[in-house]
Design a protein around this ligand. Structure first.
Ligand SMILES: Cc1cc2nc3c(=O)[nH]c(=O)nc-3n(C[C@H](O)[C@H](O)[C@H](O)COP(=O)(O)OP(=O)(O)OC[C@H]3O[C@@H](n4cnc5c(N)ncnc54)[C@H](O)[C@@H]3O)c2cc1C
Length: 399
């Protein structure tokens, strides 16, 4: 009797990475079901696609980054690739006393560093991160376009950049997975995971039951609802990720830092095509409190976020005065209680999941490897303790 195939729900970057890694480890047929007509058009395509080190990475995350960076380096080395990488070091700037206090506190907590009052303080993790009071900025970096007046303090993360275009990062996995025989079925919505006696027995796809004994749920912000229907309540929350694409009246001739405003969560980044991303990432799991059905979220950025964001952007980068909004969208970010991803086995045999804390572009390469090892070789992997949902109270140990 032939074994049934392995099924992946969702054709974003995570589903593509999982499919690619499975296809390297097994001869069983692998099928990815994607509800949209095109792959990777949801959270993946709406992402900033930053990859690198902010300075607050715990040891488990560093291990995952190591694998992911090596794999992206291989993709970028491929002469055929349309994927490109652009350095965009981050200055996180505070413009109030409270903002400076928060920035300094986080820097000290994350890096165990003490801060000298007037100097530059450097903390190490995978790459140096610095704290700079405002009076040290102009002497430390060339900062064309940045209005230093309102800035009272900043942290600098140098080893940071972005992949461009974001969707192409996923396509790199899709191309290779297809070469290995993976089937990507678009326009195919999974409406039910069928279970019998605590294990997966099939999927309902567009009304048709498909036999399968291994399902990997990589449906981005849809994961929460899909798994809830089979009795698994993942500790995930959502925030909205609004993005405006600005076309400046006159493009800057300079290469700019990416910026994040500590007090409001707005961030700005110069794109390779001269446009500027203006996004908002308001912060933590504790303050999130909301769950969104991504299917109900429209791509129009709410007016108050649009006007507040544009004000913040112009106050820090005056060259954006008069910039036109040429595109916009709203993505849905998933957040986990400890900011680390949830990857791997669940309480239902044959059902695995991968969900991220707004870091899926960075970490999905390694997520694919972890899931392939668990599903094909029954190996928990060295990452198990830091990524399994079992680390949270109320969830079992699935080894
Ligand atoms: C504004 C914003 C900025 C971000 N910036 C960064 C960043 O700089 N760096 C970073 O690493 N991460 C970033 N992220 C997070 C990152 O984009 C996500 O972690 C990552 O894209 C998740 O990919 P995914 O494949 O898991 O989910 P998705 O890309 O959402 O893919 C899930 C797919 O599943 C499909 N699907 C859902 N339900 C079903 C169903 N029932 N049947 C079939 N298909 C289904 C969906 O249509 C979708 O295509 C950002 C996120 C947002 C919103």
């Amino acid at each position: 009797m032939t074994e049934p195939g392995i099924s992946v729900i969702g054709g974003g970057i995570t589903g593509a990475s999982v499919a690619y890694h499975l296809s390297k480890e097994t001869d069983r047929p692998v099928t990815v079901y994607e509800q949209r007509d095109k792959l990777s058009m949801e959270t993946t395509n709406k992402s900033g696609a930053f990859v690198g080190y902010w300075g607050h990475e715990p040891p488990g995350r560093l291990q995952m980054m190591d694998y992911s960076m090596r794999l992206y380096n291989r993709f970028l080395d491929d002469a055929q690739t349309n994927l490109s990488y652009h350095f965009s070091p981050r200055l996180q700037v505070a413009t109030t006393d409270d903002g400076v206090a928060n920035l300094r506190e986080r820097f000290k907590q994350n890096l165990g560093a003490t801060i000298e009052e007037e100097g530059i303080t450097t903390g190490m993790r995978r790459s140096p991160v610095q704290y700079l009071p405002s009076n040290r900025l102009a002497g430390s970096f060339l900062l064309p376009e940045l209005e230093l007046g309102p800035v009272m303090g900043a942290t600098y993360s140098g080893n940071l950049g972005h992949l461009w275009p974001a969707r192409q990062a996923a396509q790199e996995f899709v191309l290779r997975a297809r070469e290995n025989g993976v089937s990507f079925e678009t326009g195919r919505e999974v409406t039910e995971i069928v279970t019998k006696g605590g294990r997966v027995s099939g999927l309902i796809v567009d009304g048709e039951e498909i036999e399968t004994d291994e399902v990997i749920c990589t449906a981005g912000p849809w994961n929460k609802n899909i798994l809830r229907a089979v009795g698994i309540d993942l500790p995930l929350k959502h925030t909205l990720g609004p993005m405006l694409v600005l076309q400046p009246q006159k493009e800057s001739p300079h290469s700019l830092f990416s910026l994040k405003h500590e007090e409001t969560g707005y961030y700005m980044r110069q794109n390779p095509d001269g446009t500027v991303f203006l996004g908002n990432n308001p912060g933590s799991y504790e303050s999130a409190g909301t769950e969104y059905d991504p299917g109900d979220v429209t791509n129009t950025v709410p007016e108050e976020l649009r006007s507040e964001g544009l004000e913040v952007a112009k106050s820090l980068l005056p060259y954006l005065e008069g910039a036109n909004v040429v595109d916009e969208w709203v993505g849905v970010r998933s957040l986990t209680p400890d900011t680390e991803p949830i990857i791997g086995w669940t309480s239902i045999q044959g059902l695995s999941v991968a969900s991220f804390n707004a870091s899926g572009i960075q970490l999905s390469p390694c997520a694919g490897k972890i899931i392939a090892n668990q599903v094909v070789h029954d190996e928990p992997t060295a990452y198990y303790e830091s990524v399994s949902v079992s680390r949270f109270e109320g969830y079992g140990d699935y080894r």
